[in-house]
Structure formats: C-alpha cells, structure tokens
Design a protein around this ligand. Structure first.
Ligand SMILES: Cc1ncc(COP(=O)(O)O)c(C=O)c1O
Length: 413
C-alpha cells in the first residue's frame, strides 16, 4: 500500500508540492487586536453571526485550501502514501506543540472516542483498584466507554456538581480513594460551560494513586494547555472545534513513562511497533503514543487539521483566550440586563469559551436565533453561545438583541 519512494524524493522532483497556503490566501495581519486581524479569513461572517465553535469551528481560507491540496495531491500522484504518512507526523507534532507534549507521547486518531477506547481497553480492572471516578459533566462518549468497561470489572462512580454548577473539591475527596484506578475529567463541560479545577483534582488523584484522563475537546485551541503544568496522565481532544479543523481527526496524549502500562485491545495496524512489517502473526503495540492509534489515518482530515492547528498557533491561543474572556464578560453583562439565567459559572477561571443560558425551550430558541442569522446550539435545556478568535463585539451585541426579542423563551435568573 505504501509507495516506498520517499516524500523528500517526490518533493525534489516536484511530484508532491509543499502544502500551500493557497494562491492569494491572505496571511493574518502580523499585529493588531483580535478579531480584526483574522476575521476576514472566515467567509461565514459575510453571511452569518457564527457563535457555535463549541460544536464546529468556522471554515477558514487555509482549511478550505488544505482540502484542495489533498484533492490535488491525490489526483496528481494517485497514492503518495509516504507523503501522507509524513502529514500524519506533522499533525502529531502540531498537536504536541499545542499542549506542551513530545510528539512521541501523542497518538493520531479519528475521534476522541477512538483514543479513549484504546486507553480504557488498555487498562486492567482486576483486583481492588478497579474504580473509574468521572465527573457528571463528561461527554456521552466518555461516559459510555467507561460504562462499557463494567463488563471487564470496572466500577464507575459519578461525581455530581452542586447548585452553582461547579463540582466542589469535597465531592472529589469523597469519590477518589485507594480503589480508584483512573479519574476521568472534562476540562470544560459541553453542556454547562463549567471549567473544572484540573490541577487540584489531579493532585488529589495522584496522591491517592489514580491516573487522570482529561477530555480537552472544549479547551484545545481556546485555552492555553500545558500537559506538564496540568500534570494529567492522559489527554484527548479533537480538531473540529476550536482547533479549526474538520471532523475525522483527534489526538490522544499519554505521559511517556505510562505508555507501556496500557495494553489496548481496541487497536489496529497503525498502533503497531513496526507498521510496515505487515505482521499479522503477533500483537506488538508501539512503545510511543502511536500505541493508541487504530487503522489507516484520516488523511483528508489531517490536511485540514494541520492547517487549522497551524492557524490557531499563528493567531495565538493566549490571545484568543483573553479576547474571548472579554467578549464573554460583555455577554454575561448583557444577559444579566435581560435577567436571563446564566448556567455557566461566573468566575472567569471556572469557564472556558462556552456560555450556556437556560431556556424554556432551547431548540425553539436556537431556531429563532437562526431565523435572525445567528448560529448557536442547544444541550440539556441550555442555549450554547461560544465565541472564538474571529468573533467581534458586534456578534455579542447581535446575540443579545435577538435574545431580547425572544425573551419569553429565556428562563429567569
Ligand atoms: C467534550 C467533548 N468530548 C468529546 C466530544 C466528541 O468526541 P468524538 O471525537 O469521539 O466524537 C465532544 C464533541 O463532539 C465534546 O464536546
């Protein structure tokens, strides 16, 4: 399947062109405040007020161009597998850099579920340490994967939030004990916007001998992440939201010293120690983060994901965080004026990019906003409004004005 000719040779001959940023694609202005230096690269803003990055990031010119590059390379070369494998390594490096990891600690997967399944099936739940402690805010896929391990001896314990939407530290103290094998956390809840105190919970988990897995899907690209500072053992995220890529690409980080403690039974040939040995007579998983991979890498999504992550890095995650925090303060102020019930905690440290507002009929409110050209989404009775680097104050004001016109659908504070 793999063309043995090296990508370097192909590139030297001009058979595979370097991934272009596209003819005429404007580069971000070197300086200047957000969103103005980047907004023009996302054509959707010519038509819509887009505040739904918690679901899918907006399409940029460079990600559109990346898809064109993929089709061109496929069309012109047929099967440049060496080059495509190199693009997979480029995606691995880009994500590793984003979260402060080493590339060999990162697996490239097709979804967050795939990486977490490899982790979960890689654990043994025999003996006393068989408890999985997870927040009540986990995304369904994570909860379902842990519950599926009940058939293998796992005991799943949920840690509930309190009235104000945060999960108090005492709740973790009660749940994590010396029978806990792993603690599963979501960085920011997809349905309330609550940001967990990952450092503190991780320290507790480690003191009690448990591993920590962090689902960073809602923070990768919107909040600076450093796996060494957070001290988590495992971290999973995907490319399609704040990383500005598309569906089909995700990553699984595992702290180097731990990789070989996992023996994933959800696996595939791209997790093998020697992929191109093509050996079907044994299972010998990689000693690196590739151990959490599965089958053929999602090449089109990798082109898009690399373009997305590189754009996110150019724009700057810290600058994005600061910009979005300011937009969200404006949004919360306006919601207070409307007397709307803000579900997301108010302390900036306890929220990510996502702000959730309670509604009597969230799907109807999302539809009403959509009729006014505003794209949001809903989960669990809440409307989700999530700004990113490209959103402007005028977007927040448009959302607030539309919510004002539909205030009968808003729950009161
Ligand atoms: C927090 C979180 N985790 C996981 C997922 C989904 O992961 P997967 O790539 O497995 O679909 C999402 C959103 O789609 C999410 O918001």
């Amino acid at each position: 399947m793999i063309d043995r000719e090296s990508a370097a040779e192909q590139a030297l001959r001009g058979d595979v062109r370097a991934p272009s940023k596209g003819p005429g694609v404007p580069r971000p202005r070197e300086s200047g405040p957000l969103p103005h230096r980047v907004r023009h690269r996302f054509p959707i803003f010519e038509r819509l007020v887009y505040v739904n990055s918690c679901s899918q990031g907006a399409l940029s010119d460079s990600v559109r161009q990346a898809y064109a590059d993929y089709l061109r390379d496929w069309d012109e070369r047929g099967s440049p597998w060496e080059y495509w494998v190199e693009q997979t390594e480029r995606a691995r490096r880009a994500f590793a850099e984003l979260v402060g990891a080493d590339p060999d600690e990162v697996g490239v997967t097709t979804s967050l579920s795939e990486g977490v399944s490899a982790v979960a099936t890689g654990l043994r739940f025999a003996g006393r340490r068989s408890k999985v402690v997870m927040s009540d805010y986990e995304f369904p896929t994570v909860g379902q994967i842990w519950h599926a391990q009940a058939a293998r001896g796992a005991r799943v314990v949920l840690v509930p939030p309190s009235e104000d939407g945060t999960i108090p530290y005492e709740h973790w103290e009660q749940a994590i004990d010396d029978e806990t094998l792993i603690v599963s956390l979501t960085h920011v809840s997809y349905r309330t916007g609550t940001m967990l105190d990952v450092e503190r919970i991780t320290q507790l988990a480690h003191e009690r001998g448990a591993l920590v897995l962090l689902d960073a899907y809602q923070t990768a690209g919107s909040v600076p992440i450093d796996v060494r500072a957070l001290r988590v053992d495992l971290l999973a995220a995907g490319a399609l939201k704040y990383l500005l890529g598309s569906a089909g690409l995700a990553f699984l980080y595992c702290r180097r010293e731990l990789v070989e403690r996992f023996w994933p039974t959800a696996t595939g040939w791209f997790a093998d120690r020697e992929i191109f040995e093509m050996n079907h007579r044994r299972y010998a998983p990689a000693t690196t983060g590739a151990r959490f991979q599965s089958g053929t890498p999602p090449i089109p999504a990798i082109y898009a994901g690399v373009a997305g992550i590189e754009l996110v890095q150019e724009i700057g995650v810290a600058a994005t965080r600061e910009h979005v925090q300011a937009l969200n303060s404006r949004l919360i102020e306006g919601l207070d004026e409307l007397r709307a019930k803000v579900v997301t905690p108010r302390r900036p440290k306890r929220r990510g990019a996502l702000i959730c507002v309670a509604s009597f009929d969230a799907p109807a409110l999302v539809a009403a906003l959509r009729r006014e050209g505003i794209v949001t989404s809903s989960r669990n009775g809440n409307v989700r409004i999530s700004a990113h680097c490209y959103n402007a104050e005028e977007d927040v004001d448009a959302v607030l004005a539309a919510l004002g016109r539909n205030r009968r659908l808003l729950r009161r504070a």
